[in-house]
Design a protein around this ligand. Structure first.
Ligand code: WTA
Length: 633
């Protein structure tokens, strides 16, 4: 029975979309998947290669420490690369890479395989062993994929730190993960400027005792960006790759399905970023399944996930699942509007991109320049579009649908998190869409919107979004802090996964994500914690106290506003505001820059001393709850 929504504006898929799609009858497939989730996931897992089959699909004897494909052995790199060498895919293009200045590279699966094998040998030669951590701090160049896969191939664990993070943020993540090796670049291009990645690493590793070696990829060369190489510590990637260290057979380490794959730091409610841990087996099965059904990728597709490999979207949908699925991808180094606002559309046209995935903030940003920039290009190769990272407002959805997608391409508004590994609330191409709604839970998952007591709320009522079923690609724990894992995700509503988001479900059963209900702010799709920004501010000698809030912003989704109490006798000047904004950029990265600093004499607090951020938000927005006359103090 087809879904026929009765309320709101609805967009139906075309005959072409339906004819091609893998999922013809979403309802039947969803129903079967939640009647027996283990059978659903086991069937997907059978499509991949394992060195040893599992004894048990799910071990739920010790919740919330779930285990999937228990007893199985594999390595995600075996499925992403090695197994393709046995088929015609070895000659298929894995990546078309485009540098921001216009230089290009085409990399086949076989070339990627060879490069990863050699670099895996190099890492072994540098003393990296199974279970060791390797920090990767790079831009969007093919070698970041090589670095990630080579690390995983030898059983080590990568921690990719987004190249936009500053010295302090990088140092904190290297220290926490106790990485032995850091892999970086001399620099990268962004908006015509050099991003000095190696310089940042140099400053970060002065106080990180675990780091023994730094490997540097030469992206720019000494004429563009000279770097300082410390003898005995720093090595050029290209020299290592040409050395005897790289030679010889390079076996793929046999891993248990539950062995760690990577850690990825993300922001939470309290100060320190949380190290989300994913594992080989479940993450591989989950991300593969999600990409396959939701973007319906097949052998003639050219897939472009325009995220950065430094975030979960890049891990799952630039690096791992596209390779496991064996598709051809685009990777572009630079900014969407550089040198002109049609840079992305130019790439879509040149490479015949068929499936394109980005964030609402990018769409809103490009909308500003007007449709002519899009119309200049033939985008008829596109057949499916995607959105991730924050709610997409209906106006942006419709522009994306009409102008970019030519009214042919369904938009997959995918809700998910670093923790979930892949899409949890998402359409598939054949279901009717409502602009602004992420449709319903993915296969195998049941989601609910509940009140404070955990009871489902009536239709169109805001509540907390929770997930009821464990799933293979779920995070396993917070690395080094299992108690915080239980506390953060599983204690608010015992036995159920608390997402930290609020949402509504409408009369047609469509989910509408509203936003975070904790102290996390999504700014341009980036996930930031108020606590991190506050501790950056109070590190400034003039600041005594700080409180940070998110305020709705037309392009960024949210903007950061900071309320700051200065040391007695100091005045809040425009110069100091600028200085503090730059100070935060130095401490965390430009993405965390507050848009506005409000200087105040004191912060509103509850009797127990908790800062009332809700009140600050109301003040900023001029809402009635911000009216102080109703407050005692
Ligand atoms: C938000 C990004 C609305 C949400 C993959 C979530 C979304 C947080 C959507 C996770 C969407 C992500 N609609 N909100 N389609 N996708 N979010 O860990 O608040 O960087 O909790 O993972 O992004 O951010 P994270």
């Amino acid at each position: 029975m087809a879904i026929r929504p009765q309320h709101g504006e609805v967009y139906y898929p075309s005959e072409e979309v339906i004819a091609r799609a893998r999922v013809k009858d979403w309802e039947a497939m969803y129903k079967a998947s939640i009647e027996d989730p283990q059978a659903f996931w086991a069937k997907e897992a059978e499509e991949l290669e394992w060195f040893r089959h599992w004894d048990q699909v799910l071990d739920d004897s010790n919740p919330p420490f779930y285990k999937w494909f228990v007893g199985a052995q594999t390595n995600i790199v075996h499925n992403a690369l090695d197994r393709h060498m046995k088929t015609w895919r070895r000659n298929k293009v894995a990546f078309y890479w485009i540098g921001e200045p216009g230089d290009t590279r085409t990399i086949s699966y076989r070339e990627l395989y060879n490069e990863v094998n050699r670099f895996a040998n190099v890492l072994r030669g540098l003393g990296v062993k199974k279970g060791d951590r390797v920090t990767i701090y790079m831009g969007r160049v093919p070698e970041i994929v090589v670095a990630m896969l080579a690390t995983v191939k030898i059983g080590a664990i990568h921690s990719v730190v987004y190249g936009g993070f500053s010295v302090e943020a990088l140092r904190e993540r290297i220290l926490d993960s106790e990485s032995k090796v850091v892999i970086t670049q001399d620099g990268g291009w962004m908006r015509g400027k050099v991003v000095p990645l190696k310089d940042t690493v140099d400053q970060a590793v002065v106080q990180t005792p675990s780091v023994e070696k730094v490997v540097v990829v030469q992206r720019l060369g000494p004429e563009v960006k000279p770097v300082n190489m410390v003898p005995g510590r720093d090595f050029w990637y290209h020299e290592l790759m040409a050395s005897p260290l790289a030679e010889g057979p390079s076996p793929t380490e046999v891993m248990d399905a539950e062995d760690p794959l990577f850690i990825l730091y993300t922001s939470g409610t309290t100060g320190k970023p949380k190290a989300i841990l994913h594992v080989h087996g479940g993450y591989m099965v989950g991300t593969y399944t999600a990409l396959k059904y939701v973007f319906d990728l097949q052998d003639d597709d050219v897939w472009w996930c325009a995220a950065d490999p430094g975030w979960i979207t890049g891990h799952s949908f630039i690096v791992y699942s596209p390779l496991v699925l064996g598709v051809t991808s685009i990777m572009y180094e630079g900014a969407p509007n550089y040198p002109t606002p049609d840079r992305w559309w130019q790439i879509v046209e040149t490479y015949g991109v068929t499936a394109f995935y980005t964030a609402p903030t990018a769409i809103r940003g490009l909308m500003r320049y007007g449709e002519e920039w899009v119309r200049k290009h033939d985008l008829s190769s596109l057949r499916i579009l995607g959105s991730v990272g924050e709610p997409i407002n209906p106006a942006a959805w419709k522009w994306y649908y009409r102008v970019v997608g030519g009214e042919r391409c369904p938009i997959m508004d995918t809700w998910w998190q670093t923790e979930t590994g892949h899409f949890m609330i998402t359409p598939v191409p054949t279901v009717p869409l409502k602009p602004g709604s992420a449709f319903r839970p993915f296969f195998g998952q049941v989601a609910e919107v509940v009140d404070d007591e955990g009871n489902p709320v009536p239709p169109n009522t805001e509540g907390y979004l929770i997930l009821k079923n464990p799933w293979p690609a779920m995070l396993r724990t917070l690395y080094g802090d299992p108690e915080r894992y239980v506390e953060t995700y599983w204690s608010r509503f015992p036995g159920r996964y608390f997402t930290g988001d609020s949402a509504k479900i409408d009369e047609d059963g469509y989910f509408w994500i509203i936003g975070r209900v904790d102290d996390v702010i999504k700014v341009s799709g980036y996930r930031l914690g108020t606590a991190e920004i506050e501790s950056a501010l109070v590190a400034h000698p003039d600041v005594v106290e700080a409180a940070v809030i998110g305020v709705p912003h037309e392009i960024k989704g949210n903007a950061i506003h900071a309320y700051v109490v200065l040391r007695a006798g100091l005045a809040g000047t425009p110069e100091l505001e600028k200085e503090l904004i730059e100070f935060v950029a130095q401490q965390i990265g430009k993405i965390a820059r507050p848009e506005k600093i409000h200087f105040v004499d004191k912060l509103p607090k509850t009797r127990s001393g908790k800062i009332m951020r809700r009140l600050l938000r109301a003040w900023t927005l001029g809402l009635p709850e911000g009216d102080l006359s109703t407050l005692e103090d």
